[in-house]
Design a protein around this ligand. Structure first.
Ligand SMILES: NC(=O)c1ccc[n+]([C@@H]2O[C@H](COP(=O)([O-])OP(=O)(O)OC[C@H]3O[C@@H](n4cnc5c(N)ncnc54)[C@H](O)[C@@H]3O)[C@@H](O)[C@H]2O)c1
Length: 387
């Protein structure tokens, strides 16, 4: 029989994670301190299952079974029979510490404990536990029901056998699992930073406007969404905070420097789609886009952002955060990149990427353009990242 899964926090992420586990056939207990949030989660999950029935993805009987797998509660004690509990409450270290202290008194000695945190270290959350060996990060992407990627993050104290069993379990939930080191931003939120940061920088230098940069990245680069459209979609408040957190966590490495332009948009309340205006206006009478479809300009914009992304992917591999294959999987499955960045580098040639970075580095003299040693090595050897 499949073990019982506990999910704590019935917000955006918790509700989705609970649904994923219930769809995989587990009995799931979803708890939250706020009963209204639990009702909202139940409604949301029911609506989502009904949609799956409408689209003939599952039968009405299966939907009923999945609904029957879910139990909603305000009692933390209801996690007593869980084999795994995933925490998805607010991103606050002391609140998470308090929760895990209580939880450890309730669950069995063999129950695995996990956090869905995006920005706190697994080591820092696990430090409050009596038994941090059974604790790790399980990082889902939003929306958890649709996004295939899950990053599994062992902390320094996590037992290897626990990591292995969780990797297998989450893979059995029909997810693509990548295991990565407990470093800021894990894989996706680290490697993706230049997609936003370099696009903002190109705009700030007056090279092109938002719509032209988005056009270059989608029409020439093949990305599903341009950086400004994506930042508006994510929300400038959320996206800016992730950048600022990663920047601080990397001891202010200039590669991750946040942008004044995004900060000003956030301060002005231009948060994106959710506030009706971000980099673009979402009003009905919004003025038409002013795209400059100059191929040469578009190619230069695309190449500049791409080589910075590749450099970041190289750094994640160089610093042993994850394997080249895991980094490529993470970016294609977690943020829908059209190709894995390292496979892309192999296609273009490491030397081609290095030449462009060297040129930027020589031009600006800034550390954000310094080529990664692994890129230099692969270029020198004429080898490939992905064998
Ligand atoms: N939103 C995202 O895109 C995203 C993606 C990946 C990971 N995360 C991470 O997931 C976690 C949750 O994020 P979210 O966006 O779902 O937040 P949210 O604000 O939508 O939901 C948080 C829920 O936790 C509940 N809660 C707060 N304190 C609690 C406590 N002590 N006990 C039980 N319930 C409590 C709240 O009532 C709320 O329902 C955070 O750690 C966040 O970093 C978020």
């Amino acid at each position: 029989m499949k073990g019982q899964i506990g999910v704590i926090g019935a917000g955006t992420m918790g509700a989705g994670i609970a649904q994923v586990a219930a769809q995989a056939g587990h009995k799931v207990v979803l708890t939250d301190t706020n009963p209204e949030q639990l009702q909202k989660a139940e409604k949301q999950i029911t609506a989502s299952l009904e949609k799956l029935v409408e689209k003939a993805k599952i039968s009405a009987e299966v939907a009923q079974e999945i609904k029957g797998n879910l139990h909603y509660s305000i009692q933390l004690y209801d996690h007593q029979d869980a084999t795994l509990v995933i925490e998805a409450i607010i991103e606050n270290l002391s609140v998470k510490h308090e929760l895990f202290k209580q939880l450890e008194q309730i669950v069995s000695a063999t129950c695995v404990l996990a956090s869905n945190t995006s920005s706190l270290s697994i080591a820092s959350i696990g430090a409050s536990l009596q038994n941090p060996q059974r604790f790790l990060g399980i990082h889902f992407f939003n929306p958890a029901t649709l996004m295939p990627l899950v990053e599994v993050i062992p902390g320094v104290a996590t037992e290897q056998a626990i990591t292995n069993s969780i990797e297998n379990l989450i893979a059995s939930w029909n997810k693509t699992v990548v295991v990565c080191k407990d470093t800021p931003g894990f894989i996706v939120n680290r490697v993706a930073r230049p997609f936003y940061g370099e696009a903002l920088r190109i705009y700030e230098e007056g090279v092109a406007n938002f719509e032209t940069i988005d056009w270059a990245m989608t029409q020439i680069g093949g990305f599903k969404m341009g950086p400004f459209t994506l930042m508006d979609y994510i929300g400038n408040d959320i996206n800016y905070t992730v950048t600022e957190t990663v920047f601080a966590a990397f001891y202010y490495d200039p590669r991750f420097k946040p942008s004044f332009t995004q900060k000003r948009h956030m301060e002005a309340g231009f948060l994106g789609r959710k506030s009706g205006r971000g980099f673009y206006s979402y009003a009905e009478n919004a003025s038409p886009l002013q795209t400059n479809e100059d191929r040469q300009l578009g190619q230069a914009i695309f190449e500049r952002i791409l080589v910075l992304l590749i450099n970041e992917a190289c750094d994640a591999v160089f610093m042993q955060v994850a394997s080249p294959t895991a980094v490529d999987l993470a970016m294609t499955k977690g943020v829908n990149y059209p190709k894995g960045l390292l496979a892309w580098a192999d296609e273009l040639g490491a030397q081609w990427v290095l030449d462009r970075l060297e040129k930027l580095f020589a031009e600006y003299g800034e550390d954000r353009y310094r080529p990664n040693p692994l890129l230099r090595k692969v270029a020198r050897e004429g080898s490939k990242f992905i064998s």
